[in-house]
Design a protein. Structure first.
Length: 312
């Protein structure tokens, strides 16, 4: 079986340097033309450059996913250039945050708004474009392990990712009569593999397993929580040995799976969630697989970034 997205056009929202860039690159490497959306022009330019240096074709689709006029604008731009949209990946979201004792109403509302309107407006307008043209497309909404289980310090993120999961099921029912599939994809804290991102993390003293959290820091019992009644924040030790397969994977792992989910081989898959997390969700809470040195790990990663940029 050879997955091919040749002839298809994809729109990916939130093409920041970790998951969004990885998914956009994968869709391009499997043959799709990719429109790259973000509120950051720098993120869009970096994603397009990564796609193009690996032989793909991409265009910029800048705009705020919470602004309906902006969404309509960049969807129309994609249609004007390429005539169709076959694939939508709703990835735009705000990471990080605080716990329920510390989160502000304004920041909670903003995080939920980006996810809620981003998923809704893009699905609405891309779904209409597909339906009007008789395109039996694929829409994938990026969920998170935080949408299925509890993690301290990210109450807004957990709330809106949980909402994504049922939005997918409802939208799948609305769009099924048109042959349009809607699914979610659940990763868990992937380890960055974008060469530019790794180089930037190295400059800031972060290793490849570091987690980028944009915006606000802290959480339940975080650095500003110094009251005597506070309990500790989440455990900060080594994460990967707690995952049965020994790794949480990379954005490239996510890209391979999303590309397959958007291919014609997945024609009957709709209203469901595809989990690629090394077994993290499946394991019993009390089970720790083994010490890191005793884990065999998965097969080697099939790389998609053949011409990585210089670390400098």
């Amino acid at each position: 079986m050879e997955v091919s997205l040749a002839g298809k056009v994809a729109l990916v929202t939130g093409v920041g340097p970790n998951i969004g860039s990885g998914v956009a690159l994968a869709l391009a490497r499997y043959g799709a033309k990719v429109a790259c959306n973000d509120v950051s022009d720098d993120a869009i330019k970096a994603c397009i450059a990564r796609i193009e240096r690996n032989g793909g074709e991409a265009m910029a689709a800048p705009g705020d996913v919470t602004d309906e006029a902006a969404v309509q604008g960049y969807v129309n731009d994609v249609l004007a250039r390429w005539g169709r949209i076959d694939i939508l990946v709703n990835n735009a979201a705000l990471l990080g945050g605080r716990g329920v004792l510390d989160e502000s109403a304004a920041d909670f509302e903003r995080a939920v708004r980006v996810s809620a309107l981003g998923n809704f407006l893009n699905t609405k307008h891309v779904g209409r474009a597909m339906a009007e043209r008789g395109i039996k497309g694929s829409i994938v909404c990026i969920s998170s392990s935080n949408g299925w289980s509890g993690t301290p310090g990210v109450v807004a993120y957990a709330f809106h990712k949980g909402g994504v999961n049922n939005f997918v099921r409802a939208a799948a029912m609305d769009l099924a009569p048109y042959g349009i599939r809607v699914n979610s994809f659940t990763p868990t804290a992937p380890n960055p593999d974008n060469p530019e991102l790794l180089a930037d993390m190295a400059r800031r003293g972060l290793g490849p397993g570091g987690i980028l959290v944009h915006g606000r820091g802290g959480g339940l019992g975080g650095p500003t929580g110094d009251e005597p009644w506070r309990r500790p924040t989440r455990w900060g030790g080594q994460r990967n040995p707690m995952v049965p397969m020994g790794t949480t994977g990379t954005p490239t792992d996510i890209g391979h799976a999303v590309a397959w989910l958007c291919s014609d081989y997945a024609r009957l898959i709709t209203g469901t969630d595809l989990v690629v997390d090394g077994g993290a969700r499946a394991k019993n809470f009390a089970y720790t697989p083994a010490a890191a040195d005793d884990l065999a790990g998965p097969l080697p990663l099939i790389n998609l970034d053949d011409t990585p940029a210089s670390p400098g």
